[in-house]
Design a protein around this ligand. Structure first.
Ligand SMILES: Nc1nc2c(ncn2[C@@H]2O[C@H](COP(=O)(O)OP(=O)(O)OP(=O)(O)O)[C@@H](O)[C@H]2O)c(=O)[nH]1
Length: 343
């Protein structure tokens, strides 16, 4: 039976980063994934595309709410048909793991079995989100493996571990940076998971105060390039209530025409530069998630499109937020390569 591992964690904690790490260090283990994201653009699916043996992408809705057991069974069935060693479900950052686990346990597909819940925690944001969303503690309680991510951004994890332990006294806590867990903690060469444990009925009930009930999403897409200074002005003055932005930005500044992946989590902001995938037309695609987001946010972003002249130096506002490894890369020599069919 193929184990199905559920990967969960609050917005921006590092689930996709961890999934990417698993995929790149799988060394022959065949991994299928179900990627669930919020917003009309499935940024997470784009981030793992090309590395995975088999993928089902479910955008714009939370798997735990939009899919019932038979939908989950159908998805698992599709993946189980491919020759896989393990299936990893990356839940959206607002999913309710209890409800997901319940549906997985109810699966009637005899080719798959529930393989455990891995919860990623953001070492920087955890204490704050824990206070704001007491309901998240329920997910901590049923986790089989707790990955304490972003430990590079905190001085000490002692208090955090203490706080996590008040909710779950048993599951191993693995401190990591950039999601670099040993894949063998999640699945074995001959998959026999050390993680999944017996859950009680109480563990799995109560879907009432689900986090995404209080969050909303704005999606912004534009084929027009963005003006670096105007966009960074938006980023520096993010509307109140905005917690998470992710996606890709298209600038048409000479030497900077490749794809700028953007992530903000709380006050943190990072760009990651990479070529546009072959056959894609460069365009900005952003998903913004927050509480009571100002309805004018999309208009403000639209006003950040490049309509007037732009200087190469204007990109300095952006490049200072580049991951250092990207900053060392030579900027693209050629402009974007639009899809031949669309060109
Ligand atoms: N400094 C630092 N940044 C990290 C680490 N892990 C992830 N990040 C960054 O945190 C941001 C969010 O990471 P993701 O992997 O997209 O988080 P996620 O949980 O998939 O986000 P959602 O799907 O929106 O819930 C990205 O900019 C990552 O590069 C880490 O260990 N240290």
């Amino acid at each position: 039976m193929i184990p199905v591992v559920l990967l969960t964690g609050f917005l921006g904690s590092g689930k996709t980063t961890l999934l990417n790490h698993l995929l790149s260090s799988a060394r022959g283990t065949r991994i299928g994934v179900i990627v669930n994201d919020f917003g009309q653009v499935n940024v997470d699916a784009m981030a793992v595309a090309g590395q995975v043996d088999s993928m089902i992408s479910l955008g714009d809705g939370c798997l735990c709410c939009v899919a019932d057991t038979s939908d989950i069974d159908e998805m698992l069935g599709k993946l189980a048909g491919a020759k896989l060693d393990v299936i990893v479900i990356e839940a959206s950052g607002l999913a309710d793991p209890q409800s997901m686990v319940r549906k997985l346990l109810a699966s009637t597909d005899t080719r798959v079995r529930y393989g455990g819940l891995v919860t990623v925690l953001d070492a920087v944001e955890f204490a704050g989100t824990h206070d704001q969303h007491p309901e998240l503690a329920k997910a901590l309680k049923i986790a089989d493996l707790l990955v304490l991510n972003k430990t590079d951004r905190v001085e000490s994890i002692t208090d955090l571990v203490g706080l996590v332990r008040t909710h779950n006294g048993e599951a191993p806590i693995v401190p990591v940076t950039h999601g670099r867990v040993d894949p063998e903690l999640l699945f074995d060469r001959a998959p026999e998971l050390p993680v999944a444990r017996q859950l009680t009925f109480d563990d799995l009930t109560d879907h009432s105060d689900h986090a995404h009930a209080v969050y909303d999403t704005v999606t912004f897409t534009s084929a027009e390039p963005m003006h670096p200074v105007l966009l960074m002005d938006f980023m520096d003055n993010r509307p109140a209530g905005l917690y998470r932005i992710k996606g890709f930005v298209y600038f048409a500044v000479p030497g900077h025409t490749d794809r700028f992946g953007i992530h903000t989590v709380g006050n943190y902001l990072r760009f990651h530069r990479s070529p546009w995938p072959r056959g894609t037309r460069p365009e900005t695609q952003l998903v913004l998630i927050g509480k009571d987001i100002d309805p004018a946010t999309a208009d403000w972003l639209e006003a950040c499109q490049q309509t007037g002249p732009v200087e190469v130096d204007d990109m300095l506002w952006v490049t200072r937020y580049l991951d250092s490894v990207d900053a060392l890369h030579e900027p693209a020599q050629q402009g974007p390569q639009p899809d031949e069919d669309q060109a």
